[in-house]
Design a binder for this molecule. Structure first.
Ligand SMILES: Nc1ncnc2c1ncn2[C@@H]1O[C@H](COP(=O)(O)OP(=O)(O)OP(=O)(O)O)[C@@H](O)[C@H]1O
Length: 312
C-alpha cells in the first residue's frame, strides 16, 4: 500500500570519510514509519558510523538527510527529541537501582513528579522489572539490563529508536523476549526501529526490510524474502545407506557435489515435483536413503555471497 506519511528516515547521497578513508560512499535510504529496518554488514562496513550520523552524534560530509521529518543538518535538536538510542553505549548506571535509573531519565526529560512516577511504574511493569526495581542494576542479568536500557529510552516516548545489537550475548530465551518487546514497540506504540545486528536470523525474524552494507555502499536492499531470492542456495542433501546405492544414484541425479566418504550427494532444489520424482526413482531402484534434508537459502548465504562479490 502506498503511504503518504513522511518517512521516519530519508537519506540521499550520504557520504562520510575519515581522512582519505571513505567509510560511507553515497548511501540512499527510505524507511517508512512504524516499520523495522535492519542494517547489516561485515565488521568495519560503516554501520555504527551510519547510526552515529542519523542519531546526530557525528556529522556527515554530504547528503540530504531527514530523520522523523526534520532536517538533520539544520534541526538536530528536533531530531534528538524524536529519537532514542540504545545499545553499545548503554545509559544504565550500575550503581543505581532500575527504578532510580528510570527516575533519573524522567527528571532529565522534565516529565514532572507525578507524570514521571506514573511513567516509571508503567515501564517497570511493561518490561517485567517491577520485582527487581529496588535492586542495583549491577545485580541485573544481561537480559534485564537490556530491558532496563530500552525502558530508559522509552521514558521520552521516542518515535524512532536506534537499536544497536540488542541481543548480543543474551541466552535464547532472553533473545526471544527481547524480540517480542521490539515487535510490540512497533505494533502497539507505532515506533519505527532502526536495528543493527550481527545475527542474520535476528534480522530475518524482525525486519520488514534489510539493507546490506559493504565497503561503504548498500549492495542490496529488500524484504528478507527478496534478499534470499537473490542468491541460489536451495538444495537437497541425500545420504545413502551403502556405497553401491551411492554410486548408482550419484551418476543419475545430477549432483552438484558428492562426497564418497560420507556417501552424500548435494542436488539443486528444483521443487516438490522433482523431489517426488527423485524419491520414486530411488524407490524403484531399491536404493536405500539414510538421510534426506532440504536446505533453503538463508540470510547467511545472501550475506556471504553479496559481501564477497562487493569486496572483489
Ligand atoms: N573516529 C574514527 N576515525 C577514523 N576511522 C574511523 C572512525 N570511526 C570509524 N572509523 C573507520 O570507519 C570504518 C567503519 O566503521 P564502523 O564502526 O562504522 O563499522 P561497523 O560496520 O559498525 O563495524 P562493526 O561491525 O565492527 O561495529 C572502519 O574502517 C573504522 O575503522
Amino acid at each position: 500500500m502506498e503511504t503518504l506519511a513522511v518517512p521516519a528516515i530519508s537519506v540521499k547521497g550520504l557520504r562520510k570519510s575519515y581522512g582519505s578513508h571513505r567509510v560511507l560512499d553515497g548511501i540512499d535510504l527510505t524507511i517508512p514509519q512504524g516499520t523495522i529496518f535492519s542494517l547489516l554488514g561485515p565488521n568495519g562496513a560503516g554501520k555504527t558510523t551510519t547510526v552515529q550520523i542519523l542519531s546526530t552524534l557525528i556529522k556527515a560530509d554530504a547528503g540530504e538527510i531527514r530523520v522523523a521529518g526534520h532536517d538533520l543538518g539544520t534541526e538536530p535538536d528536533k531530531v534528538r527529541a524524536a529519537i532514542g538510542v540504545t545499545g553499545q553505549f548503554s545509559a544504565v548506571d550500575s550503581f543505581l537501582t532500575g527504578e532510580e535509573n528510570l527516575r533519573l531519565m524522567a527528571d532529565l526529560l522534565h516529565l514532572g513528579r507525578a507524570e514521571g512516577r506514573r511513567r516509571v511504574r508503567e515501564l517497570l511493569e511493561r518490561f517485567d522489572l517491577t520485582d527487581a526495581a529496588r535492586k542495583p542494576a549491577a545485580a541485573y542479568s544481561g537480559g534485564m539490563r537490556r530491558r532496563l536500557d530500552l525502558a530508559m529510552t522509552l521514558v521520552g516516548t521516542p518515535e524512532l529508536i536506534f537499536l544497536d545489537e540488542p541481543t548480543t550475548g543474551l541466552d535464547p530465551r532472553s533473545r526471544r523476549t527481547m524480540w517480542q518487546i521490539v515487535r510490540d514497540l512497533v505494533t502497539q506504540d507505532g515506533v519505527t526501529i532502526f536495528l543493527t545486528t550481527q545475527y542474520l536470523d535476528e534480522a530475518d525474524e524482525l525486519a520488514d526490510r534489510i539493507a546490506l552494507l559493504s565497503q561503504g555502499r548498500l549492495v542490496a536492499e529488500g524484504t528478507p524474502g527478496e534478499l534470499k531470492r537473490l542468491v541460489p542456495g536451495g538444495h537437497l542433501v541425500v545420504r545413502f545407506a551403502d556405497p553401491d546405492g551411492y554410486l548408482r544414484a550419484a551418476s543419475h541425479v545430477g549432483a552438484t557435489s558428492r562426497d564418497e566418504e560420507s556417501l552424500t550427494v548435494q542436488i539443486p532444489d528444483t521443487g516438490v515435483r522433482a523431489l517426488r520424482k527423485l524419491l520414486e526413482w530411488l524407490d524403484a531402484q531399491a536404493i536405500d536413503v539414510a538421510e534426506l534434508s532440504v536446505h533453503t537459502p538463508d540470510l547467511d548465504d545472501v550475506f556471504l555471497a553479496l559481501t564477497e562479490e562487493s569486496s572483489r
